[in-house]
Design a protein around this ligand. Sequence first.
Ligand SMILES: Cc1cc2nc3c(=O)[nH]c(=O)nc-3n(C[C@H](O)[C@H](O)[C@H](O)COP(=O)(O)OP(=O)(O)OC[C@H]3O[C@@H](n4cnc5c(N)ncnc54)[C@H](O)[C@@H]3O)c2cc1C
Length: 285
Amino acid sequence: MLDEPDDGTGVRPEVLRGDLRRILLESLPAGTIRWDHKVTGVRALGGGRHELTFAHGPTVTTDLLVGADGAWSRIRPLLSNAQPRYTGITFVENYLRDADERHPAAAKAVGDGALFAVAPGKGVLAHREAGGVLHSYIALATPQEWMSGAVTAERVAAEFDGWAPELTALITDGDTAPVLRPINALPIGHRWDRVPGVTLLGDAAHLMSPFAGEGANLAMFDGSELGRAIAAHPGDVEAALTAYEQALFPRSERFAVESAANLDLMFGADAPAGLLTLLTGGERN
Ligand SMILES: Cc1cc2nc3c(=O)[nH]c(=O)nc-3n(C[C@H](O)[C@H](O)[C@H](O)COP(=O)(O)OP(=O)(O)OC[C@H]3O[C@@H](n4cnc5c(N)ncnc54)[C@H](O)[C@@H]3O)c2cc1C
């Protein structure tokens, strides 16, 4: 067990996704976000302008289009032919609630922070969330076809036969049906040539496996850097986008390399030795 006291000065603070989302939404003037506007089509009009079509019918024309629409971005094809590819790892997501009372052995194993129990090709990753919730990702190196059948907790648990019961409880004792999360990634070093009037941020630009723990950080950082670039180049969107992308590409590549390397460390042939080295700050091979 690695015990690091949390005195609030750590460099990797955690926040629940829902809380962070609420804080960000509350920082915006009412009406800034138009909900229920699913983009179904996008068309270049020339001169940096684009026409967006929404599922419920209307269209809008943009002077600046920012694709912040995640892994399966509708905007990305304007800039790049790259497609996310399956990394070979699937997560099965599970929640155990009121864990201290109802699942004390699992709660003790996870402790106050995070638990990583990894072996070649598989692992149990869990962390404690506010309110006594244990949130787990059960990781499996598996072909995508494995997911086509019904994936039940029992079927997942069968892959962990012989593992400690307080770990398999994180698979079998879930309060919700297990949710499959295949892990996809864009090619490392994904970039594009400048196309007038459009850019990408976050997963749309640099989807990577979550093993660098930076996906949400990068998406927010990209957004703030894009805002700063636009402010620094008043009246010249192209100069702003050029400056933004010149910094975006190497930054994204650095973290994509790290997340791919960490995937190998966690589930590669010498697991868990590589992860231990990573967490204890030792030299990596
Ligand atoms: C299993 C798993 C665990 C992860 N854990 C962590 C973690 O612990 N920490 C971390 O930092 N990162 C984590 N990540 C990565 C993180 O979730 C992403 O990097 C982050 O959410 C990217 O933010 P984004 O805004 O770019 O994309 P998203 O969060 O995917 O947001 C895209 C938005 O675009 C909207 N959208 C999509 N298509 C359309 C359309 N056609 N029209 C209109 N709107 C559309 C979606 O509804 C969504 O609101 C994890 C990822 C996975 C898969």
